[in-house]
Design a protein around this ligand. Structure first.
Ligand code: PLP
Length: 388
């Protein structure tokens, strides 16, 4: 669906998520990995594409009650769900354990999460499959010592299948992946020798990167080749699943925002957009100095090119989407279309600031565009309501 048709049909600001692109992207990533490697979509990256991702990805990583409710509404097969995350309420976990016999797998990030699952497994007489997340020395996961305690304590209701490991996002360095996989491999051997634990599964979050700015260099083909080489060193009996959010979802998204006002002063040219930094967050964007991949609608030919600071509609000096962007014949009514905005952009923004509306969301598939979320007013959320 072309930009003109979308802009005729829908009011800015909005996001467009192309489900065909999402499917191709998942298929591409799978084709670049050894065929025994599974792919798990971390739904936190974009919950609007869950139904499509569930068709092609082997698993979905779900980290909160809210994400789980979205999966329920989308009728995601629960066997595909990895119920993960640093905290969920005991009431929620009890609802899941009691209502669903066949959740794919649970992760354990602390001894208290372990205790809770152990208790619920026993209460509902269900054997729960789990992965234990190993910490990278932050608030996530358990230490090796705690992991060994869990393995020794097994009560029959917890079936530890293996480990989960994730150290951070936007990791370009293959050397870092090599170090991490070496550590994980050694840990698996140690667990076998010390605890007679046969690790059957490794769920590894690669933190695979996305290129947001033209000046960034990243050879993705080479990256996947090297990653595949590292994964091939593990025994074939070990089921390996790679967790990815950003790398799967980024390319399917575009964000449309209209220029609504323009001014010039001692600091240069300013163009005000009807969206802003509350709707669009690029990882590692420093003071808007980098120029992300974007296009301008209508398309420009020859003309007078000037440098513009593109600012959003929030009343804060920080609301600069990009600084010093060279643009040709810019005028109010032009639309800026930012690319690679399918992951995190719409959820990491400070969307409640200034009580502005949330952008609409348009999903596109097979040439059809469908509004899957209206613009949503936030004034009701930001208002004190006294009961009479
Ligand atoms: C455990 C886990 N796996 C996977 C991901 C997805 O990371 P990315 O979007 O970098 O692929 C995250 C992100 O926070 C995570 O916490």
């Amino acid at each position: 669906m072309n930009n003109e048709t979308l802009l005729k049909k829908f009011k800015t600001p909005f996001y467009v998520f192309d489900l065909d692109e999402l499917r191709s992207r998942i298929e591409y990533i799978k084709s670049m990995l050894p065929e025994n490697i599974g792919l798990c979509y971390a739904v936190k990256a974009n919950t609007f594409v869950i139904s499509e991702a569930a068709k092609t990805a082997d698993r979905l990583e779900v980290c909160s009650e809210g994400e789980f409710e979205i999966c329920e509404a989308c009728k995601v097969p629960v066997e595909k769900i990895v119920l993960s995350g640093v905290y969920k309420t005991p009431e929620f976990i009890e609802r899941v354990v009691s209502s669903y016999e066949n959740i794919g797998i649970y992760t354990i990030e602390s001894l208290s999460q372990y205790e809770l699952l152990r208790y619920l497994g026993e209460k509902y007489k269900r054997q729960l499959k789990v992965l234990v997340r190993v910490t990278t020395d932050n608030q996530f996961g358990v230490t090796e010592k705690e992991l060994k305690e869990i393995l020794r304590d097994n009560n029959g209701y917890i079936n530890v299948k293996g480990i989960q490991y994730f150290s951070g996002t936007q990791k370009k360095s293959i050397k870092k992946l090599k170090r991490e996989l070496k550590y994980v491999g050694e840990l698996i051997r140690e667990l076998s020798e010390e605890c007679s634990f046969e690790c059957k599964e490794l769920e590894y979050g690669t933190g695979s990167p996305v290129t947001y700015f033209p000046e960034e260099s990243f050879n993705e083909e080479e990256y996947f080749k090297e990653l595949s080489g590292l994964l091939s060193e593990f025994p074939r009996e070990l089921k390996i699943t790679l967790e990815m959010g950003r790398s799967i979802a980024a390319s399917c998204g575009k964000y449309f925002t209209k220029i609504v006002d323009m001014k010039r002063n001692g600091a240069g040219n300013f163009a005000i957009a009807d969206g802003g930094m509350n709707h669009i967050v690029y990882y590692g964007q420093s003071m808007a100095m980098k120029h992300p991949y974007f296009s301008l609608y209508p398309e420009r030919g020859e003309g007078k090119t000037e440098s513009y600071n593109i600012c959003g509609s929030l009343c804060t000096i920080n609301d600069i989407i990009v600084k010093d962007m060279p643009l040709t014949d810019l005028k109010p009514g032009d639309v800026m279309i930012f690319k690679n905005t399918g992951a995190y952009c719409m959820t990491e923004g400070i969307s409640l600031f200034l009580s502005r509306e949330l952008p609409a969301v348009i999903n596109v598939a097979g040439g059809e565009a469908c509004k899957v979320r209206e613009h949503i007013k936030t004034s009701g959320i930001n208002m004190a309501k006294y009961k009479k």
